[in-house]
Design a protein around this ligand. Structure first.
Ligand code: FDA
Length: 602
């Protein structure tokens, strides 16, 4: 039970906890939920009274849904999320009521990308606004045993060889108190105090452009229901468009709750939009001033290109926007934050339970810092795909708004120049696909660290664009390939057989020897390793032959899968030394040599 802090003088209080998490955003609440489900009860704090009120991030990609499934909350996510089939018709127009300039199919709708996603994941995109996502995660974390303190602000920390002492402020009483924890997780967003005090090294630039979010209620069914999408891109001629260069109308709830993103020039300072000015922007984007609009909120944020090259310092670990800050293009923000937390949590739980050595925690930064860099650079690069659209529309040819309108209208001309411009526009619209789904970035993340052991099977060469095409492989450091297999004649993904906080080993019917090998290694280490034989007469059957096609090892070979569903090691075939090889692989992944384990077991 937590101490009764009101009965004590705050400055004298030092609470003892295993893990303190700062922040209940997507990163912090996922860390709290993952740790709680692994039997560690973290304290998680938020300086505000409750979770995010505004929708903020929303695109929830297949990899994140796989993580949410493993954490037991994907049913709730799908209940509150807008489904895939209402997401994909991204429309470019002069206003919702005005001229349509073109559409592109996004979020896995385009046929070639649909194929990529279907072969790589059992999940499809959903649109889950952040205010719903956070509540699902933190609610489930609390139910699983995490101790959630709102109105509690992190002020500072000091660390030594044994732990971290954080000073916190109870915002209700004004009393400061201390928490002594073995580890501190900074999931405190883009203005992270934890990352700053941990002196994490950063590259890039904060504050490249200004953006305004306006959340509003309006029934826009007649403008959008026949071309359902989460994003409508509005080119407003003559407007001083900053930020993305094009105004965005984003669906929050179909089709009555919305968010517009509008740019402002940082050199002019942050504007102070009143209700009237906000409604004016919204009406311009809708293109129909008769629509009843109720402004809910106006908030301001900046486009950043800033990432940490190291995500931890000693016992302090940072994740989410604390270590990667970027524009919302590509829809990666909360996805990458959730996946950071999922990566760190099983390692931290293993150390706290004595199953792993503390060095395993260094692999968090080794594995996730490259993802942070790719996310930040990719999201910023994709913003540059908008100017060619404006160029093809002739909007850079003049500063006169009336002439801009004429230039857009001239697209309909039968002349040769218009033919070329129509072709340039189509090309520019297709080029903007970079702003949306990127199956490679989302699903190809490869980890290289001491928690990944190269196997004896050659790595297949991949010639596709690594950001666009999915690269399915069982090479160590890759996410376990998805294959539909059956259990009691019902289909189940290999991804959902793995996970659940445990190591497991996949093999074929000729790999029965792995059962005894895994049992012996589990006994010696105290770390459970479940063996799944996929094949006839087994619990899981390879009904489509998909598993045999993707496993890249022989029928007697094995894939050792970490609790985060990444392949940690693989053996091409069963051999006499298989048990020793498995023992050394698990010892290396968990940064705990067999000699230390024997001492522990003895
Ligand atoms: P996040 O910022 O969500 O959470 C930080 C948490 O830390 C919060 O709970 C906060 O209260 C807490 N905290 C901070 N300092 C603290 C302290 N000192 N003590 C205690 N608690 C503290 N993305 C996108 O894709 N599309 C969009 O439109 C937007 N729009 C947008 C608007 C606004 C206003 C913001 C702030 C952000 C966005 N984003 C966005 C970005 C997106 O929201 C972001 O990528 C994710 O929320 C990152 O999740 P984190 O959990 O890392 O941080």
């Amino acid at each position: 039970m937590p101490e009764k802090i009101e009965a004590l003088n705050g400055s004298d209080i030092t609470l003892q906890r295993e893990v303190l998490i700062v922040g209940t955003g997507p990163a912090g609440s996922t860390a709290a939920l993952s740790l709680a489900r692994l039997g560690i009860k973290p304290m998680v704090i938020n300086k505000f009274g409750w979770t995010a009120r505004t929708p903020r991030a929303h695109i929830t990609n297949p990899r994140t849904l796989e993580v949410l499934t493993d954490l037991g909350v994907s049913d709730d996510a799908k209940l509150y999320g807008t489904p895939f089939d209402l997401m994909g018709e991204n429309t470019y127009c002069t206003s919702l009521a005005g001229e349509e300039l073109g559409r592109i199919r996004t979020w896995g709708v385009k046929p070639d990308r649909a194929l990529d996603y279907a072969s790589a994941s059992p999940e499809k995109f959903i649109d889950l606004p952040q205010n719903y996502m956070e509540n699902i995660l933190i609610g489930s974390a609390a139910h699983s045993g995490a101790e959630v303190l709102n109105h509690t602000e992190f002020l500072s920390f000091e660390q030594d060889g044994e732990g971290v002492t954080s000073t916190l402020l109870n915002c209700t009483t004004g009393v400061t108190f201390k928490v002594r924890s073995k580890f501190l997780i900074g999931a405190d967003g883009a203005n992270s105090k934890v990352a700053e005090q941990a002196e994490l090294p950063f590259e890039g630039q904060m504050g490249k452009a200004g953006s305004i979010n306006i959340v509003f209620d309006a029934d826009l069914t007649k403008f959008v229901a026949h071309r359902p999408s989460v994003l409508y891109w509005v080119v407003q001629t003559g407007s001083d468009v900053g930020g993305l260069g094009i105004g965005t109308v984003r669906m929050v709830r179909p089709w009555h709750r919305w968010l517009t993103i509008w740019g402002y020039d940082l050199n002019d300072g942050q504007p102070d939009l009143d209700d009237h000015a906000a409604r004016q922007i919204v009406h311009n984007l809708i293109g129909d001033a008769s629509v009843d609009v109720r402004i809910d909120s106006v908030s301001y944020w900046t486009v950043n290109e800033f990432y940490a090259t190291k995500l931890s310092n000693g016992r302090v670990f940072c994740m989410g926007d604390a270590v990667h800050r970027h524009p919302p293009t590509k829809g990666l923000g909360s996805n990458v934050s959730i996946q950071d937390a999922y990566n760190l949590s099983w390692k931290m739980a293993a150390v706290l339970k004595g199953d792993a050595g503390p060095e395993i925690l260094e692999t968090y930064s080794a594995e996730r810092a490259p993802v942070a860099k790719q996310t930040v650079l990719g999201a910023n690069r994709s913003v540059t795909t908008f100017p060619p659209i404006l160029g093809a529309l002739g909007l850079f040819d003049t500063k006169d708004p009336a002439q801009m309108v004429k230039n857009i209208d001239a697209l309909a001309d039968p002349s040769g120049e218009a033919v070329e411009r129509r072709s340039a526009l189509r090309q520019a619209l297709e080029g903007s696909h970079d702003v949306f789904d990127n199956p490679g970035i989302e699903l190809n993340q490869r980890y290289q660290s001491d928690a990944v052991v190269p196997g004896n099977t050659p790595v297949q060469t991949f010639n596709g664009n690594p950001e666009i095409a999915v690269h399915i492989s069982s090479e160590p450091g890759a996410r376990l390939p998805h294959a539909w297999v059956s259990e009691d004649q019902k289909l189940v993904s290999t991804l959902y057989i793995a996970g659940h906080g445990n190591f497991c080993l996949f093999t074929g019917p000729s790999g029965r020897g792995w059962i005894d090998a895994a049992e012996a290694v589990s006994k010696a280490t105290g770390v459970p390793i479940t063996v799944h034989i996929i094949g006839p007469g087994q619990r899981y059957q390879d009904v489509y032959g998909d598993f045999a096609a993707i496993r890249e090892v022989s029928d007697s070979g094995a894939l050792l899968v970490r609790p985060d569903v990444y392949v940690g090691w693989r053996a091409h075939e069963w051999s006499e030394g298989a048990q020793d090889n498995l023992m050394s692989a698990i010892s290396r992944i968990l940064a705990k040599p067999a000699s230390e384990r024997q001492t522990k077991v003895a």
